[in-house]
Design a binder for this molecule. Structure first.
Ligand SMILES: Nc1ncnc2c1ncn2[C@@H]1O[C@H](COP(=O)(O)OP(=O)(O)O)[C@@H](O)[C@H]1O
Ligand SMILES: [Mg+2]
Length: 290
């Protein structure tokens, strides 16, 4: 890994927080729901694992959380339900794909995870065809935002967390447009920072139609502190100033063991290192959102 600057990787002028003029006035009267998506067009960067565990940790803190699986790989849904149940949900009438087709309401798709304060919208394997589904629709970038509006405005949840797929098409545009904030999980690996430029450029373009969209931060995942490229990754990202979260998550075998048991690692092994790290990260996220 060579030592490029953060600006070279990100290839952009930093995106500042979006304005939220009316939100304060409304916030006096009703509970605010914050929609955060976890996105990075690089696969395997830790999006699903972070979304599942941050969601779980926020729920442990007493926040009401809805996590939304927006990826055809169903990894977020598999983090909470066994394969048979996931298959039933993914092929049934109540999942996110059906919502996007206009055949189900989002409310009808909310499933309890069995953990307090934590609900989930399952994905579907049919999500592989979502781009074709969206293409002929009018105002196709705003369909998810409209679908979420009722649940968001009800104030039923403190947080709605969306696990995005590793792509940059119209579907991810929908996810970003529906979100208030973006978290970008980055793997601490030699190739982890490649693609960040595309990601930031993409987010910059989306802000043309969603001016309030804010990059909440970059979270570093799968860290091995002894490896040189971790130090290099942290050094490069530290140039991003406010963008990087202080809490990162180290490599931990418990994460895969937990996924094998269809649980977030915090539920599987609460004392494990990564469980503690995800709890700390969730607190940092919550604080940054206040
Ligand atoms: N901190 C970690 N330690 C060990 N393995 C991890 C860690 N975070 C994620 N993984 C593993 O890395 C793989 C990719 O993670 P995932 O969250 O699915 O990424 P993405 O959603 O970005 O594709 C998964 O197999 C997951 O179990
Ligand atoms: Mg994923």
């Amino acid at each position: 890994m060579t030592s490029r600057s953060f600006a070279e990787y990100a290839g952009f002028c930093p995106l500042s927080a979006g304005g939220s003029g009316g939100a304060f006035i409304l916030g006096v009267f009703m509970k605010k729901t914050t929609v955060i998506c976890f996105t990075n067009n690089k696969g395997g960067s830790g999006k699903s694992t972070t979304c599942a565990n941050v969601g779980y940790a926020l729920a442990l803190e007493g926040k009401k959380v809805l996590i939304v699986d927006a990826d055809m790989q169903l990894n977020l849904t598999l983090s909470f339900f066994d394969e048979d149940s996931v298959f039933d949900m993914a092929s049934g009438p109540y999942n996110l794909f059906r919502v996007m087709q206009g055949r189900a309401s989002l409310e009808d798709c909310i499933r309890e995870t069995g953990f307090d304060n934590l609900s989930l919208i399952p994905s579907s394997t049919l999500m592989s065809g979502i781009e074709f589904e969206l293409f002929p629709k009018l105002q196709r970038e705003f369909i998810l935002k409209k679908a979420l509006a009722g649940v968001k405005e009800s104030g039923r949840f403190d947080y709605i967390l969306i696990d995005a797929p590793p792509t940059l098409g119209t579907w991810v545009v929908n996810i970003l447009v529906a979100s208030d904030k973006v978290i970008i999980p980055v793997e601490a690996s030699p190739w982890g920072l490649f693609g960040l430029a595309n990601m930031f450029e993409f987010i910059g373009e989306i802000r043309g139609i969603a001016p309030g969209l804010e990059v909440l931060g970059i979270t570093v995942t799968k860290v091995s502190e002894r490896k040189n490229y971790f130090k290099q990754t942290m050094q490069t990202l530290s140039e991003s100033g406010n963008y990087i979260f202080e809490n990162y998550v180290r490599v931990d075998v418990n994460i895969e063991k937990a996924q094998d048991e269809c649980k977030p690692v915090i539920a599987y092994s609460p004392r494990s290192r990564s469980a503690q790290e995800f709890i700390a990260l969730a607190k940092e996220i919550d604080k940054k959102c206040q």
